[in-house]
Design a protein around this ligand. Structure first.
Ligand SMILES: Cc1cc2nc3c(=O)[nH]c(=O)nc-3n(C[C@H](O)[C@H](O)[C@H](O)COP(=O)(O)OP(=O)(O)OC[C@H]3O[C@@H](n4cnc5c(N)ncnc54)[C@H](O)[C@@H]3O)c2cc1C
Length: 349
């Protein structure tokens, strides 16, 4: 592990169990330059490509999935600003890159809407030159109490879907208390209610969610895969360590899982570099599904290699936390069942 990530390793249990480090997380990630990775230097980043950011998220996920998920939320919001045609919104990049302000991604609803699973949960009605918004986002991570901007999809008065950026201090916008989660409790995850919030076109990330979401999806999903990669690599490393003795019978399986995992990482890197996933989303969906399965398999191998010791509290090496972390991976949007549904539709076409 890089020493730069020690803090995340040391706080991993607390980040999972309570909110004592919730406010520190974004500044800690930023102070290591992590949000700048894969962002063009001309825009304040450190250059590189999206896959470099995937690997950075994976490295953090190997220590703490809570930290990696917050990293994902912030970095994905930054990606929205990189890809929006709204130049004025791009000027908001500096405090996000510096971790002085939090960016949250409330686009599960939009992704499910585009898959035909859910209707849009925020509605816009005309209000002079702009709109009034009403609705609710039941799940959003990285709603830092010190201040946040959240990306949300709204149903427009003409029945279309737009993507907007809303600020924590806009009249009518309210953050709930943190949701009472079984894990990831330091992630600033809460609901947002939107009551008569007035906006104008300066807050439009894109006027058409049907064009914006598929465009940002390779980065949205690719960055998410960093979480699966990191959790799986870490569990396999633990399994290797634990499996040296009586459980050596597991070593071939551990190596096979590891080789498949790294093969998928290579496919992800190549697909992102070639910009293949815009035209072939199904290929990315398949990587997401297989990686989630491998993350589950990896924690299973860690459990098998540890045996009964995995159940001894005084020998806790993070296994129970990784077990919960791996359980989260199939649930986060787009969920595995959602993607399997998409692939079935794709096959029928
Ligand atoms: C800790 C945590 C943090 C989160 N943070 C965020 C965040 O920052 N931003 C955000 O936008 N969301 C966030 N979410 C929301 C999350 O990603 C999912 O949108 C949400 O959990 C799925 O909604 P649900 O469980 O109510 O699924 P439901 O809609 O109740 O569906 C249940 C399951 O079935 C699947 N499903 C439903 N209908 C279909 C169908 N027709 N075909 C195939 N599958 C289907 C769903 O995908 C889901 O897996 C977070 C969730 C958690 C647990």
């Amino acid at each position: 592990m890089s020493a730069a990530l020690n803090w995340f390793a040391e706080q991993a249990e607390a980040l999972d169990r309570d909110d004592s480090h919730a406010e520190a997380l974004v500044p800690e990630l930023a102070s290591r330059g992590l949000f700048r990775i894969g962002v063009p230097q001309a825009l304040g980043g450190s250059g590189g490509d999206t896959y470099d950011a995937v690997e950075a998220i994976a490295a953090v996920a190997g220590q703490s999935l809570t930290a990696a998920f917050v990293f994902w939320g912030q970095r994905t919001f930054i990606e929205f600003l990189l890809q929006t045609p709204n130049e004025a919104l791009r000027e908001r990049l500096p405090p996000l890159l510096a971790g002085e302000h939090a960016g949250a991604t409330g686009l599960s609803n939009a992704m499910k809407f585009l898959s035909g699973i859910e209707s849009l949960q925020i509605a816009a009605t005309p209000d002079g030159e702009g709109w009034r918004l009403n609705g609710r986002l039941p799940w959003v991570t990285n709603l830092r109490r010190a201040g946040f901007t959240v990306a949300a999809a709204v149903q427009t008065p003409d029945g279309g879907a737009a993507v907007v950026a809303l600020d924590h201090d806009q009249p009518g916008l309210a953050r709930s208390a943190d949701l009472d989660l079984i894990a990831l409790r330091g992630s600033n995850t809460a609901a947002i209610s939107v009551a008569d919030v007035a906006i104008d076109s300066s807050r439009l990330l894109h006027a058409d969610a049907r064009s914006f979401c598929p465009g940002v999806r390779p980065a949205f999903l690719g960055l998410q895969l960093g979480m699966s990669l990191g959790v799986a690599r870490r569990a396999l490393a633990q399994a290797r360590q634990e499996g040296q003795g009586a459980h050596a019978v597991l070593l071939p399986q551990i190596e096979q899982t590891s080789a498949e995992l790294e093969g998928i990482a290579t496919s992800l890197r190549e697909g992102l570099a070639a910009k293949r996933f815009q035209a072939e989303p199904a290929a990315l969906f398949r990587l997401r599904i297989r990686l989630a399965e491998l993350a589950q398999a990896a924690v299973g191998l860690e459990l098998s290699a540890s045996g009964g010791r995995a159940y001894l509290a005084d020998q806790d090496k993070g296994f129970p936390r990784r077990w919960r972390e791996a359980a989260f991976i199939p649930v986060v949007t787009p969920s595995l069942s959602q993607l399997q549904g998409e692939l079935a539709k794709h096959a029928n076409r």
